[in-house]
Design a binder for this molecule. Sequence first.
Ligand code: G16
Length: 542
Amino acid sequence: MIRTVETKPFADQKPGTSGLRKKVPVFQQPNYVENFVQSIFDSLEGFAGKTLVVGGDGRYYNREAIQKVIKIAVANGFGHLVIGKGGILSTPAVSCLIRGRTAYGGIILSASHNPGGPNGDFGIKYNIGNGGPAPEKITDAIFARTTTIDHYKIADAPDVDLDTIGATIVEGAKVDIVDPVTEYSALMKTLFDFDAIRALFASGFRMRFDAMHAVTGPYAHAILEGELGSGAGTVVNGVPLPDFGGHHPDPNLTYAKELYDLMMSSEAPNFGAASDGDGDRNLIIGRGIFVTPSDSLAMLAANARHAPGYAKGLAGIARSMPTSAAADRVAAKLGVKCYETPTGWKFFGNLLDAGLATICGEESSGTGSNHVREKDGLWAVLLWLNILAKRRISVLDLAREHWSIYGRNYYTRHDYDEIDLTAANGLMDALRGQLASLPGTSRGVLKIHAADDFEYHDPVDGSDTKAQGVRILFEDGSRIVYRLSGTGTAGATLRVYIERYVPEDGNLGEETQSALADLIALSHELAGIEQRTGRKAPSVIT
Ligand code: G16
C-alpha cells in the first residue's frame, strides 16, 4: 500500500559541493530523509517504471536511510531498484552501475571523507543518468522544493533484506540486491592491463592499500589481492565499519599518517595508496615520496597511454581551479586543451559527455576519467600500477623525470576547520574588497599581477558560475587561492591553496612547505587569518 504523509519543510536542506551533508542526528529527525528524497523525485520527471541505483559507503545510518529510499522510490513510480549488497556501493561503482544499466539515476548515501558514527556525518546525493552528480540546475530545484514540500509518498512495506543477493518485488517494483564489486571490476579490466600488473606483483613488487575501514575494502580485496595477486595483507583496514573504526576516512597526510610513515621508512613497500569513505578519493605515496593530487593528475595524464583504455591518447584534461597548473603543462605538450572548472566533480560532467576531456582531477585527492562520471580512487591506483608495470620505474624516479621535463609546481593546501561562519564570511568579503587595489602592488619580491573571484563559463551548456574562490596571481606564476569549503558540516572551513612554479632547470628537490614559506606567510597577512579567525596555524596541511 502507498501512503501519502503530510510533512513540513526543513530550512537547512540546501545541497553543498556534493549533495546534502549534515550530522547524523539531523538526518534522524522524523521526515528529514523523507522530505529530501521526495524533493529529489519532485524535481525530476519521466522516471515512471525506470531504474534507480542506490548504495552507500556503509556509514552509520546507511541501512536505515536505504530502506526509506527504497520505499519512497517505489511509491513514486520507479520500476526497478539496483542496490549493493549490505547497502554498500562506492561512489564510482554507483556511477558505473547507472551507466552500465542505463538507469534513470542513482542515490548515493555518503558524507565522503567526513567521519561517521552516531555523532558523525551523513549525506545524500543524487546522480543523473550519465552517472555523474546532478548539475546545479537540478540541485537548485531540489533545494527549492525542500522549502515548500508538504507531503511525501511512501510504500507501507516490510524492510528489504539487503544482505541476500537476488530480486524481490516491493509494490510491483523489482528490487535487485547485487554484488557491489562485479560490474565495477569488469569495467576496470577493460581499461587496464591486468596481465602486466599481475606480472609486476609476481616480480616481487610490494604494495600497501589502506581502505580506512571504508567502502573500498571489498573492492580492493577482490581486485588487488584477488585478481592481480598483490598478496594477502596488501589491503589493511579492509572491513567497512559504520564509524570507520573511529577514524577520519580522509586519505591525506594527517589521517593516513600510518601509511605515510611506513612509506617513508626503511620497511616501505614499493607503492602505498589509500581511499576515502565512499571510494572516490585517492592518496598515492611511493617509497620515500608523497605525490600531491595535482602532480598525480599531471603524471597520470602524461603516462596514461601505457594503459589500454587510454592508448589512443587524451581528448583533453580538466582540473578544478584550485588544483595546481601542473596538468596544464602536460596538456600543452600533448597538444590538447586543459579546462579549469570550479571545485566540484559535477562541473566535469559536461566536458566528459561532450568528449572534450578524458582525464580530470582535483587537488582534493580526486582523479578520474570518462569511464564513469565520478572521481574514482581505485581507478587512480590501478592506472598508477599499470604505468609502473609497463615502465618498471619507481614512483620517485617517475616524479623526478616528470619535473625534469615539465618543471615542478610546488603546492600545498592549508585548511582551517570549524571556524566561526561569520568570521569566515567576513574574511572572504574583506579579500573581495581588496581585489581591485591589489594588482600592480608588491610584497617583498612578489609582485601581484592580477586578483579576482573565479568565474566559470561552461563551454557546453553555456551556464555561468560565479564567486568560486579568490585568486591572487603573482607575476612569476605563483598563486594564493582562498575559498570556503562546501562540504563541511560544522562552522566553516577556510581553504588556502598555495602554489609556486619552478622551471625544469630550477631547484626541484626542495621540501614543499619551505619552498612555499614566503607565500604561506603572505597568505596569512593578506587575509588577516589570525585576527579574523583566531587561528595561528591550519588544522590540516595537505
Ligand atoms: C567533493 C566534491 C569535490 C570537491 C570536494 C571538496 O568531494 O565532489 O569535487 O573537490 O568535495 O570540496 P570543498 O572544498 O568544497 O570541501 P567528496 O570527496 O567530498 O565528495
